[in-house]
Design a protein around this ligand. Structure first.
Ligand SMILES: [Mg+2]
Length: 375
C-alpha cells in the first residue's frame, strides 16, 4: 500500500454553536450565534484528518450539514479504499448529484462534501508526514492576512482592536446606507493609515445603487470592493459596475462550479477571486482553481468566515499556492475559531506563519468546546 492510498474507517461530523453577545451583521442577515461543523476522518491505519463545512446561513443550517455528513455521505465512504482525496470527492459529488437536485439542496451537499474533502487532505498530508502547505506545493510558510467581518456598528473599535492584535489590513462590511458606509470607511482609512482597506457589500446593492455610490468610494483607496451586486446578476451588470469602479472588484464565495469560475476568470470584471474551500470544492477543486486564478493574472484571496479548522486549511491553501493575496481572518469574537486555527491566531505585522508539523499542523481537542456542542 502506498502512503497515498487509504481506506476510510470512519467519518464523523460534530456541530457546535457559540452564543454571541454582539450579533455579526451583514447586509443580508444577522448571526446571533456562531456555528461550526467540524469533521473527523480516520483511516484503517488510525491516521486522523480534520475538516470543516461552511454552515453560517440559514441560522438553523449547521445541524443539517452535520446530519448530511453523518447520515448521508459518510456511510458511502466507510470501508472504501481511495487513491487520494480527489477520488473520494468525485465519488461523493457524482454519487449524490441527483439526490442533491431532488432535495433542491446542491449548496448544503457541496458544503458537506467540501468539509469531508478538507479532512481527507489533512489525513493524506499526515500520512505523508508533510505540512499541508508543502503537500500543496508551497515554498514559504508566511502569508498576509486581513481582519474581516467588521460590523457597521462599532467599526472603529473593532478595527483598532484588530490592529492591536497585529493586523495591518482591514475589510469593512458596507451596504447599510451611504451615510453609515462612508463614515465607517473614513474612520477605518484613518485607523489603518496606508495599510490595506477593502469593503464588502455582501450582494447588497442593485446595479443602480452600486453605480450611485461608486464615485463616492474613490477617496478611500480601496484594495477591492466585494460583491457589490448579487452574484447571480447578469454579467453585463457586473461589467457596468466594473467600468465605473476605480478599484478592483472581488467575488467568489458565491460561485460554486469550475465552469462558473472559468467564466469570471476569462473576463476582466474581477481583479480579486475568492473561492471558499469549506463552501464548495474543498481542496480537491480549489487548489487547481487557485492556480488558474494566478495564471489569469488575478489576485487569489481565500474567502473564509467560520471556525478554526477551515480557516487553518485556507491558510495552508494560500501558502501552498502562493501569490500576493491575503487570507480573510474574521475579527469577531469566536472561540470556535481561535481555539482551532493554530498559528493563524498569532498575527504579527499583518502576517502569520504556518508551522512544519504534518497536515494542518494541529490536533484539535474538542473536549474544550463540549459545552457548545449542539449535535
Ligand atoms: Mg464577502
Amino acid at each position: 500500500m502506498t502512503s497515498d492510498t487509504f481506506t476510510i474507517r470512519s467519518i464523523e461530523a460534530f456541530c457546535y454553536r457559540y452564543p454571541l453577545a454582539t450579533p455579526v451583521v451583514t447586509s443580508f442577515g444577522k448571526m446571533l450565534n456562531r456555528p461550526a461543523v467540524f469533521i473527523r476522518a480516520v483511516d484503517e491505519d488510525g491516521v486522523e484528518g480534520w475538516g470543516e463545512a461552511w454552515s453560517n446561513f440559514p441560522a438553523p443550517g449547521a445541524e443539517h450539514r452535520t446530519r448530511l455528513v453523518n447520515e448521508v455521505l459518510a456511510p458511502g465512504l466507510v470501508g472504501r479504499k481511495f487513491d487520494g482525496p480527489g477520488q473520494a470527492f468525485e465519488i461523493l459529488t457524482k454519487g449524490t448529484a441527483v439526490l442533491a437536485l431532488q432535495c433542491g439542496e446542491p449548496g448544503p451537499f457541496a458544503q458537506a462534501i467540501a468539509g469531508i474533502d478538507l479532512a481527507l487532505w489533512d489525513l493524506c498530508a499526515r500520512r505523508r508526514r508533510l505540512p499541508l502547505w508543502r503537500l500543496l506545493g508551497g515554498h514559504a510558510s508566511a502569508i498576509k492576512v486581513y481582519a474581516s467581518g467588521i460590523n457597521p456598528g462599532g467599526a472603529a473599535q473593532t478595527a483598532e482592536a484588530a490592529l492591536k492584535r497585529g493586523h495591518r489590513a482591514l475589510k469593512l462590511k458596507v451596504g447599510f446606507g451611504g451615510e453609515t458606509d462612508l463614515a465607517n470607511l473614513a474612520a477605518l482609512r484613518a485607523i489603518v493609515g496606508t495599510g490595506m482597506l477593502a469593503a464588502d457589500a455582501n450582494q447588497g446593492w442593485s446595479m443602480e445603487q452600486a453605480l450611485e455610490i461608486l464615485p463616492r468610494l474613490g477617496r478611500f483607496d480601496l484594495r477591492w470592493l466585494e460583491e457589490p451586486i448579487r452574484a447571480d446578476r447578469p454579467r453585463e451588470e457586473w461589467r457596468s459596475v466594473r467600468a465605473s469602479a476605480g478599484m478592483p472588484i472581488a467575488a467568489g464565495e458565491n460561485i460554486s462550479s469550475v465552469d462558473d469560475f472559468r467564466e469570471v476568470l476569462a473576463e476582466v470584471v474581477l481583479g480579486v477571486v475568492q473561492p471558499d474551500i469549506a463552501k464548495w470544492g474543498g481542496l480537491s477543486k480549489c487548489a487547481d482553481l487557485a492556480r488558474e486564478i494566478l495564471a489569469s493574472d488575478k489576485t487569489f484571496c481565500p474567502h473564509y468566515l467560520g471556525g478554526g479548522i477551515g480557516l487553518l486549511a485556507s491558510a495552508h491553501l494560500l501558502a501552498g499556492i502562493g501569490g500576493d493575496g491575503w487570507l480573510e481572518v474574521d475579527a469577531n469574537d469566536n472561540p470556535l475559531r481561535d481555539l482551532f486555527c493554530g498559528p493563524v491566531a498569532n498575527v504579527r505585522e499583518g502576517t502569520i506563519q504556518l508551522n512544519h508539523n504534518p497536515g494542518l499542523g494541529i490536533v484539535p481537542d474538542l473536549s474544550n468546546i463540549e459545552r457548545y456542542r449542539s449535535i
